[in-house]
Design a protein around this ligand. Structure first.
Ligand code: NAP
Length: 278
């Protein structure tokens, strides 16, 4: 990044906490690679301050991302929410366009990109087991239902939350079922299992789906949690010969989709991936 000028566009990730975020690393690498006059920063902010920052930064010619715990607040703040924001109730990207503050939930595009890269094809027709029913799960169900998967089973510790998610995304042609625990699905077969729980963030966490415990048979696995050297779940599944990936490609995918909204140009994906791998 060259030194900021009076014309530098500011992009800010808003959330709490944000100091761990890898978005500044790969967004600034993309900005540098394309010679853009911009800077991407991460700002820890409260729920009281987030709406003002979103409006102010966008109206000053910039934009940015929003992360936990402000995604629902951002959805209520932006003036032009995308279909993905309206359907998931979450906004992770904001920018100014035609004089209005726009918002999108690019986690939807991000999870689809990660699934596509893992399977080597779009997931149309696939049977998917989704573990978890929070915000990341909502983006996943939105993406998978639109992509025309055959069936999604949402398994979550709090089964009522899984039911609410299934109800929210009822679309013709896609069967969505719920389960409280994955062992109840023994004997079933899924093309893809996705972990959208926060299990894997802490070293002592149990695996979201233990390959040695009774449960369904799976063809491939995507962990939305990510770690520099992949997650324990990814290692455990690969050791059994399964194709598995962690959430880094989703992170790149959501960032790339956000970049397209801000800059109206294709992001340098290879540069972003290399920056993340550093
Ligand atoms: P969230 O809305 O708080 O949802 C958390 C989910 O994890 C819920 O389904 C919750 O179940 C489940 N959970 C938490 N602790 C559990 C435990 N001990 N046992 C079983 N289930 C447990 O969080 P989120 O926003 O969906 O994010 C979830 C994870 O996705 C994050 O940790 C993050 O690593 C990852 N993520 C990755 C990306 C990416 O770009 N790769 C983007 C977004 C999120 P209950 O409903 O029963 O509480």
């Amino acid at each position: 990044m060259t030194a900021p000028t009076a014309a530098t566009r500011l992009f800010a990730l808003l959330g709490d906490p944000v100091s761990h975020s890898l978005s500044p690393k790969f967004q600034n690498a993309a900005i540098r690679a394309l010679g853009l006059d911009a800077a991407f920063v991460a700002l820890r902010c409260s729920a009281d301050d987030a709406p003002g920052l979103i409006r102010g930064i966008a109206r000053a010619g910039g934009g940015g991302n929003v992360t936990v715990p402000h995604k629902a607040l951002a959805a209520a703040t932006v003036e032009r929410p995308s279909q993905a924001v309206l359907r998931t109730g979450a906004c992770n990207t904001y920018w100014l366009e035609d004089g209005a503050v726009h918002g999108d939930n690019t986690d939807v595009a991000g999870v689809l990109q990660a699934v596509h890269v893992l399977l080597g094809r779009p997931p149309a027709g696939a049977r998917v087991l989704l573990v978890g029913a929070g915000g990341a799960a909502s983006a996943a169900v939105c993406a998978l239902a639109d992509a025309g998967v055959e069936r999604i089973v949402i398994a979550n510790r709090t089964v009522e939350r899984a039911r609410a998610l299934a109800e929210r995304f009822r679309v013709p042609g896609v069967r969505i079922d719920v389960a409280g625990a994955v062992d109840a699905l023994a004997g079933e077969r899924f093309d893809l299992a996705i972990n959208s729980t926060s299990l894997g963030l802490k070293p002592a966490d149990p695996l979201p789906l233990d390959p040695d415990a009774p449960g369904p048979e799976i063809g491939a696995a995507l962990d939305l949690v990510y770690s520099p050297n992949e997650t324990r779940w990814v290692h455990a599944l690969r050791a059994r010969g399964l194709s598995a990936a962690d959430g880094k490609e989703m992170l790149i995918g959501q960032g790339a989709a956000a970049f397209r909204r801000w800059w109206k140009m294709e992001p340098p994906l290879d540069v972003m991936r290399a920056a993340l791998a550093e």
